[in-house]
Design a protein around this ligand. Structure first.
Ligand SMILES: [Zn+2]
Length: 252
């Protein structure tokens, strides 16, 4: 069940992208990591899936559309506009394999794919002083009418290296990977998009400029200011020159 379209020229709400990525994987097509971003690999995976039943794949999954029905393993059927957002799944069939994170002690459960954690857990994965600044940035952005959503707070070194291989990041150890010496997530970086636009031009850059301005007002470093590799969604609480120090503080 997705709220709006995912893929090429889709709305690409992160929660919807995550569902589609999970369904593609279940259908045996690799969309890359479940990272809630409709990037080239995800779009290629949608096209690959559509080639099974469409003569002209468009790379997009619409809410209530044929591709989503196929992904859910159910026959396509017309869905009335009024009810498409709330139509229940056919009974007797398991829900799409998008499992909510296990509900244990919220403050101590750091397992699983950190990009799929609830927003609150992502915030809790930040270094506490940095988190207070990010709380202020998010409140400021919401006051401006944006809908900020965190893609990554903390992430593991293993995920970092996957992202590096995909060209999403240039560094093997990043401020996202910071932890306490005991191994508790203690990230000095967040990646934030507007849930309405994610990476879709041109609107997303209206958001990213606001993110940069708001972050810098809190004394944070904004990846959009970097030359060479602009990391538009990225805010960090330490200077780049401190990366080795942060790695040492992390016991890594
Ligand atoms: Zn980042």
């Amino acid at each position: 069940m997705i709220a709006s379209s995912v893929g090429r020229r889709g709305v690409n709400r992160p929660a919807d992208v995550e569902q589609v990525q999970t369904l593609l994987r279940r259908a045996g097509i690799d969309p890359g990591p479940i990272d809630r971003i409709a990037g080239p690999r995800t779009i290629a995976a949608i096209v690959g899936f559509q080639q099974r039943f469409l003569t002209r794949p468009d790379g997009r999954v619409d809410a209530g559309g044929r591709t989503l029905a196929r992904l859910n393993g159910t026959p396509a059927r017309p869905v009335s506009r009024a009810t498409s957002a709330v139509r229940p799944l056919p009974t007797g069939r398991p829900a799409p394999a998008v499992s909510p994170p296990a509900r244990h002690d919220e403050s101590h459960d750091w397992r699983g794919d950190s990009s799929a954690w609830p927003q609150e857990r992502k915030l809790a994965s930040l270094e506490p002083g940095f988190r207070r600044k990010i709380d202020a940035v998010l409140a400021d952005l919401r006051a401006q009418g944006f809908r900020p959503t965190i893609i990554f707070g903390w992430r593991s070194v293993a995920v970092q290296q996957q992202l590096m291989r995909r060209g999403v990041t240039k560094v093997r150890f990043s401020f996202h990977n910071a932890q306490t010496p005991q191994g508790r997530p203690n990230a000095w970086a967040v990646d934030v998009v507007d849930e309405r636009w994610a990476w879709n031009e041109p609107d997303c850059h209206v958001f990213f400029r606001a993110l940069g301005n708001s972050g810098k007002a809190q004394g944070l470093v904004w990846g959009g200011d970097w030359t060479g590799f602009r990391d538009w969604a990225h805010l960090q609480g330490r200077q780049n020159a401190e990366l080795r120090l942060v790695k040492r503080e992390s016991g890594l």
